[in-house]
Design a protein around this ligand. Sequence first.
Ligand SMILES: O=C[C@H](O)COP(=O)(O)O
Length: 248
Amino acid sequence: MTGKLIAGNWKMNGSVSFATELVEGLLERLNQDAVSADFVVCPPAALLGTVLSLAKDTDLAVGGQDCHANVSGAHTGDTSAELLKDIGCGYVITGHSERRTDHGETNADVNAKSAAALTAGLTPIICIGETEAERVTGDTLNVIKTQVTESLPDDCDPDNIVLAYEPVWAIGTGKTATPADVADVHNFIRGLLNDRFGEDAAKKIRILYGGSVKPENAAELLAVSNVDGALVGGASLKVEDFWAIGVR
Ligand SMILES: O=C[C@H](O)COP(=O)(O)O
C-alpha cells in the first residue's frame, strides 16, 4: 500500500464530451500538482474506450464498474474481466450495493466476479456495507463479517485486492457515517483481514470508505484509522470536487 486510493464511480452518468472534459481536467491537475494519492476513474462501460485513450500512459488508472464471472460466452450485455484487462483497465468494482440490489447479486456472485478479476490481472474493488435496516437493528458488524467472509475469493492475494465499505444508507443521500462509526467498522474489517491473511499481508489491502464523500468531509473521513481512500460517486462527476477529495 502506498498513498490513499481515490476511486471515482461515475455510475450510469456521462457522455463522450463529459468524459473528455473531466479526464482532461484530471490529467491537467495530475501533471501540475505533486500528488500522493492514486486516482482511478470507473466510467460506464460504453465510455471506457474514450477514457482509456485519454488516460493511456498517464498516472490516471481506469476501472470497470462490474464484470462477468466467466471469461466469455453467451452473456448478452455483460463484460468479462479479461476484456476489461485487454482494453487497458487496472481495476473493476465488484459487489456495489446498486448491483446487489438492481441485479440480485449475492456474496457468492461477488466472490466469483472478484476471482475472475484477479485471474484476469485486475484489482477488484470489492464493495460491502449494511443497509439502514441492518444498522438500526444493530446487525452492522455481523453483516460486514458475512460479506467479507463470503465475498473475498479463497485464494486471493492481498496485494491485489481493495475493499470498499459503503453503508448503503449513506450512498447518494448526503448522509455520512460519523468518523467514529467509520473507525469502528474499518477497524473491524482490518481485524477480519488480519485474522484471515496475517497482519503483514493484510496491511497491504486498502480499505476505502464510500457514501456521500465530498470535499467538505473528505479530510475528516480520510484521517480515520484504517481508511485508506474513498470510493466516490456524485462528487467524482465534478473535476474540482473529485480532485479536492484526494489532494488537500
Ligand atoms: O460508488 C460510490 C458510492 O456508491 C458512493 O456514492 P455517493 O458518493 O454518490 O454517495
